[in-house]
Design a protein around this ligand. Structure first.
Ligand code: HAM
Length: 439
């Protein structure tokens, strides 16, 4: 492929979001906003790039994201006397949102605010993964985080925010919440030992990746989808059988609360998730109608050790991230009815130089009255402009020709009825307002 052809394409694993996707994305964003407001979350915006160290520390050195998927950010030129240069100035494009949120919680002293601090965010995340449908190098997430609350019923309420969001989109029937507990560091030490012993016994039967994970990050062995490893996994000890009393009790209350809220869930003892910060509850919103695609539309869990990891005092927390690209693809695949966007109130058609001026004063008159008007001063001819008005989907068009300019009148055309009447220009806003109410 020629260099120019390559340059005219989005980088691998990224995609343009075109106007044809506007209504679906807006539909999803509005549903998020509604539930965030309704459940008492405030929006936070953090930078798209952060110190690499916070992600290495938070996600874990031996996780796939840190080992293979981080995009480094560098200045294209380095000045020799760069006064900004510090030993921590290695930056990455954020691969997920939670670490940035916990950094902000620490930086802004949010521990002094009333607890819990409930935040939500919307933005793009970057992972150098092998691209495929539903898996991108830049993807969009909406995240919800509750910091400063260790109550197990809160886990269920946080999951419920997502559940209600999917209900608003009209796809709740196609979603199930996969849920597990990965315990606290104490139960995990014991569990890891048993898991390693089990996998060692089947060392020759597992894939190369799992052989590596056995040494570096044994919990992630449960993530493998290879058929030969599945057989070993099915016989592996399950963490739910090895939780300490407190973690078991925590999980019992979470499940009971989910029952009360009417959330459909499946216990999934293999759901360990790919980030090291999780403790106790982990969950994913999985679509049930299509096994072949990337079927996790969102996921999260508790991270009770996170704030401490960043030098704060012990503070429980939890949250989840929703994969917006996948969610938009799902509602499109399922042909969910998406509300259309509001249309302009009127299209102004001008015929001739003087009419153009009259149109401008009408744009201003309508704008002052809170109405919206579009016109294309660069276009001529009635037929041409009527077809543009038709394409814009407006109910009303206003036509101003030479005669109307002299008389200070306008022809008001009802595009769907194909009827028209002559009115005075100064009355346009009032007449249009009435007509729009009854249209
Ligand atoms: P995550 O499971 O890595 O969790 O990502 C959340 C969701 O983002 C996934 O369920 C998926 O829908 C979507 N997603 C992830 N990677 C990609 C990708 N490459 N392309 C398209 N969509 C993707 C987190 O990121 C955690 N920070 C969630 C969290 C918040 N946990 C606690 N609080």
């Amino acid at each position: 492929m020629s260099d120019d052809k390559i340059l005219m394409q989005t980088p691998r694993g990224t995609h343009d979001r075109l106007p044809e996707d506007e209504t679906a994305w807006r539909f999803v964003y509005r549903a998020l906003e509604k539930r965030a407001d309704g459940f008492g979350y405030s929006q936070i915006v953090t930078p798209t790039f952060e110190h690499a160290q916070i992600y290495i520390r938070a996600l874990g050195e031996k996780t796939d994201i840190v080992e293979k998927e981080m995009f480094e950010v560098r200045r294209a030129t380095q000045e020799s006397d760069d006064s900004e240069k510090t030993k921590n100035d290695s930056y990455i494009l954020r691969p997920e949102g939670t670490a940035g949120i916990i950094r902000a919680y620490r930086e802004h002293g949010m521990h002094t605010w009333q607890q819990p601090v409930k935040l939500w965010y919307f933005g793009s995340m970057f992972r150098a993964e092998r691209p495929q449908k539903g898996r991108y190098r830049e993807h969009w997430q909406a995240g919800f985080e509750v910091i400063g609350d260790g109550d197990p019923a809160t886990d269920a309420l946080v999951i419920y925010v997502g559940w209600q969001f999917f209900s608003d989109l009209g796809i709740k029937d196609k979603i199930v919440v996969d849920i597990n507990s990965v315990g606290c560091p104490t139960c995990r030490v014991k569990y890891k030992k048993n898991l390693i012993a089990h996998y060692h016994a089947f060392r020759n039967e597992i894939c190369v990746n799992c052989a590596r994970r056995l040494e570096s990050n044994p919990i992630r062995l449960l993530d493998c989808k290879e058929e030969k490893c599945n057989k070993v996994k099915e016989r592996a000890p399950q963490i739910l059988d090895q939780l300490c009393t407190n973690c078991r009790e925590h999980f019992r209350v979470v499940l009971e609360s989910l029952d009360e809220l009417g959330v459909r869930y499946d216990l999934n003892p293999y759901l360990v998730r790919g980030l090291d910060y999780y403790t106790r509850t982990t969950f994913e919103f999985r679509i049930t109608h299509d096994d072949k695609r990337q079927n996790s539309l969102g996921g999260g869990g508790r991270y009770d050790g996170f704030v401490e990891l960043f030098g704060g005092s012990p503070t429980p927390g939890l949250g989840f991230g929703l994969g917006i690209d996948r969610i938009v693809e799902t509602i499109k695949d399922l042909n969910i009815a998406i509300p259309s966007k509001p249309l302009p109130d009127v299209f102004l058609i001008q015929l001739g130089e003087h009419a153009k001026k009259a149109c401008f004063s009408l744009v201003s008159q309508l704008g002052e009255q809170g109405l919206s008007a579009i016109c294309h001063p660069g276009k001529d001819g009635l037929k041409n402009q009527l077809s543009l008005a038709d394409r814009a989907g407006v109910r009303f068009a206003v036509i101003i020709g030479q005669r109307e300019t002299i008389d200070e009148t306008a022809i008001l055309r009802d595009m769907s009825e194909a009827t028209q009447e002559t009115i005075t220009q100064k009355d346009l806003s009032e007449i249009l307002k009435k007509k729009l109410v009854s249209a």
